[in-house]
Design a protein around this ligand. Structure first.
Ligand code: GAF
Length: 372
């Protein structure tokens, strides 16, 4: 294994262990996690693998096979760039009172870059499960995911919800992870595409629009303000959508409309999956995209064209996935339509003068685990 050879070469010893944590795509339930709502992501077959040994002196030595320069951090707050996701885990766990020393770490990642498939959550979670075992912290996978979210919120400074870290930590092969983001209860729902003659294609737009004023944080604030105006803890608590919308206006009204209907779409998708009606979830994926485009306003031209052309090419349904403003769309496609969808999307991109997007199937993969 590459990561073990690199560990030997870098530190002159064998690693104490090797762990892997995957990236994710979200099937449905977008921008609902920080509204105490429902999500249904699954793990992708790409992620981050880490060879790790503990150190008694508290120092963190890091090497990534994707980055040239090795890094030594005497303390987590010396971290910059990608190393913040690693150092943040030490910072959170130590801050929670756990006895966590240092570590020698080699990282190897294969999550497609810029695809919005949560490579940062995978990096946090792989470090979390390694430290949990090496320092015998006794944390559950959900507790590791929560520590990873805290590292991202409070150390890196991105106010994300719990979805990406929970998906990476708790997903199972061939299943989607249903999660109630208020109670943190989870259920793995069978999501067997192959036996239904289906594929879930990722369409990586390859773009990431720079957002000057933190659009993600703004959406989150809109939702929190809307809940406050309604006297509720979270938008999750709305039972009368019409009544709620009548009391709101502008952005808060639109965001609320999305979050409430998206929670119901997650429940509807679960019902269809349970009934074995996998092909029928397509219509809900389409509805989710329109809601994210028009009500939540987090799509962009490249995502809209990917979704529209995939559906024109014969996809059962398609939508943007993840935070938005770039990254990837997903399309649910029968085996016999895969080529026509691929052609339709590639042609539409060419017509716009954009570089062809990468398009590849993403079978639901296993969550974080020890490899060696
Ligand atoms: C990003 C965040 F990290 C998640 O927590 C979630 O809010 C998602 O955007 C939108 O559903 O991936």
């Amino acid at each position: 294994m590459r990561v073990v050879e690199a560990f030997r070469e870098s530190y002159g010893t064998e690693p104490a262990g090797v762990w892997h944590a995957p990236g994710r795509v979200n099937l449905i339930g977008e921008h609902t996690d920080y509204n105490d709502g429902f999500v249904l992501p699954f793990a992708v077959p790409w992620g981050v693998t880490a060879a790790v040994s503990p150190r008694e002196d508290g120092v963190i030595r890091l090497r990534s096979l994707q980055v040239d320069e090795p890094v030594t951090l005497a303390t987590p707050d010396q971290a910059e760039g990608w190393t913040r996701y690693v150092a943040g885990m030490f910072w959170v766990l130590r801050g929670a009172g756990h006895q966590v020393g240092g570590a020698d770490v080699v990282i190897d990642g294969d999550v497609p870059q810029g695809a919005g498939l949560s490579s940062s959550a995978a990096l946090e979670v792989v470090v979390g499960i390694a430290l949990n075992e090496l320092y015998e912290l006794g944390l559950t996978k959900m507790e590791v995911a929560l520590a990873a979210q805290k590292a991202e919120n409070d150390f890196v400074g991105m106010p994300c919800g719990i979805m990406d870290q929970a998906a990476s930590a708790l997903a199972e092969e061939g299943k989607a992870l249903f999660m109630d983001c208020r109670s943190l209860s989870t259920r793995n729902i069978p999501f067997d595409l192959a036996s239904h003659g289906l594929q879930l294609l990722i369409i990586n737009t390859g773009v990431r629009h720079e957002l000057p004023d933190g659009q993600y944080a703004r959406r989150r604030r809109d939702c929190e303000n809307a809940a406050k105006h309604l006297g509720l803890d979270a938008l999750r608590d709305i039972t009368d959508l019409g009544g709620a919308l009548a009391r709101l206006s502008g952005d808060e009204r639109r965001r609320t409309q999305h979050v409430v209907t998206e929670n119901h779409r997650v429940e509807a998708v679960i019902g269809l999956l349970r009934a074995g009606a996998v092909r029928e979830i397509g219509a809900l994926l389409n509805a989710s995209h329109l809601s994210l485009r028009d009500q939540f306003e987090v799509s962009c031209a490249e995502l809209d064209v990917a979704v529209e052309s995939a559906v024109r090419g014969g996809a059962r349904g398609a939508r943007m996935t993840g935070g938005g403003f770039g990254g990837s769309a997903i399309a649910l496609v029968t085996d016999e339509r895969v080529e026509s969808v691929r052609e339709a999307v590639t042609r539409a991109y060419a017509e716009h003068g954009w570089a062809a997007p990468e398009i590849y199937p993403a079978p639901p993969a296993a969550g974080a685990r020890r490899l060696i």
